[in-house]
Design a protein around this ligand. Structure first.
Ligand code: G6P
Length: 361
């Protein structure tokens, strides 16, 4: 298949195209420490006093990223699974900005949530990969993630481009919304973003994911834990793994491991511990708990973390801002899932029972 070029699968190609797709996502959107989007006029968010992200699957995990950043900026923010919107959304009115995160722009649950919100007078924004999609047409405004077409059912490059676009959106909101306070490390965040495509390249060139996927091939379960940004990456790592390997995989907040999941931990349940900076003690402590019950531990994050010394293996990411370190850790986990699935000879680009875009509720 010419479309796959030198790669065996579209998913592999799409993982490897992330340095380029991310460069496209970023291009022209950050200048002199200011974030701007062609499609969003200055002042678009002046009347916003609360934000709700609605999304499904992988897009929900990207939205969790943005949720954490906006809450840190002091803006009331919820991240809601679109299928739960009817019961999980709190008060919604003209001051609420509802952001639909959907790479296809066609997911029925997400469209339904946006329509419900619009019915209550909310302002709506679609963050999507597809120009002219239903979400882009129906929302008040659209913001494109510019990842290029994604063929593999399991989302990879669209997740990375969503997380970057949403992070930039949070910086724009923090600047525009009177109640919000821009992050103190905003300058560092925006500056280090320029290096992200290069860092993804480094991860792709140096990853030991294939070796680890082979080592852990005969496991019964695969666990992923993380704290903060690492939590959303852990959830995404587990989702990707189960989607394409058909093996049992679960993601947890690091601190939740001891409140139940620990009962499942054995020497046949490797645990991927995701962290984004050296200060994440919770992930270390809980990973060590699992290790003392026999689980092999893989530290996934920058080299400068005490977990690296005690872990059984390390999937390394370059030193950078914690927000980007999480995305780089996710690239490592994409590779782990991909290699595990190839070793198991799964139908990588079209996993059983799954669809690229789910247009029924
Ligand atoms: C399907 C796909 C997932 C995707 C989800 C949301 O379930 O299999 O990979 O994350 O839909 O898709 P969206 O197009 O709304 O981002």
């Amino acid at each position: 298949d010419a479309g796959k070029g030198e790669y065996d699968h579209y998913m592999e190609k799409e993982i490897h195209s992330q340095p380029t797709s991310l460069a496209n996502t970023i291009e022209g959107r950050v200048e002199d420490g200011t974030v701007s989007f062609d499609s969003l006029e200055p002042g678009t968010f002046e009347n916003v006093d609360a934000v709700q992200f609605v999304a499904c699957g992988t897009s929900y995990h990207a939205a969790m990223y943005a949720g954490q950043l906006l809450r840190a900026a002091g803006l009331p923010t919820d991240v809601i699974r679109a299928s739960e919107y009817e019961t999980a959304a709190g008060p919604v009115d003209e001051g609420t900005l509802v952001v639909a995160v959907t790479q296809s722009g066609e997911t029925a649950d997400t469209l339904d949530a946006v329509r419900t919100a619009a019915g209550h007078g909310a302002q709506t924004l679609a963050v999507t990969n597809v120009v002219g999609s239903t979400a882009a047409r129906e929302a008040d405004n659209a913001l494109y993630i510019r990842a290029g077409p994604e063929v593999g059912v399991a989302a990879t490059k669209t997740y990375s481009s969503q997380a970057v676009t949403l992070t930039l959106l949070t910086q724009r909101l923090a600047a525009d919304v009177p109640e919000a306070t821009p992050a103190e490390d905003r300058e560092d965040l925006l500056e280090t973003l320029q290096d992200l495509p290069q860092h993804v390249d480094t991860v792709l060139e140096t990853s030991r994911a294939r070796v680890l996927a082979r080592e852990f091939m005969n496991s019964t379960s695969y666990f992923f834990i993380g704290n903060g940004f690492g939590h959303s990456v852990a959830l995404e790592g587990a989702l990707k793994f189960k989607e394409i390997t058909y093996e049992h995989a679960e993601g947890f907040a690091s601190g939740e491991l001891k409140h139940g999941p620990l009962a499942l931990v054995t020497d046949k349940s490797p645990l991927f511990a995701v962290y984004t900076d050296g200060s994440d003690d919770k992930t270390k402590t809980n990973a060590i708990e699992a290790q003392s019950r026999g689980a092999p531990i893989v530290a996934v994050g920058p080299a400068d973390h005490p977990l690296v010394d005690v872990a059984d293996a390390h999937l390394s990411v370059p030193d950078t801002h914690p927000v980007w370190a999480g995305l780089l850790a996710n690239v490592q986990l994409q590779l782990v899932s991909y290699h595990a699935a190839t070793l198991l000879e799964r139908s990588i680009d079209k996993p059983r029972n799954l669809a690229k875009s789910v247009t029924v509720e």
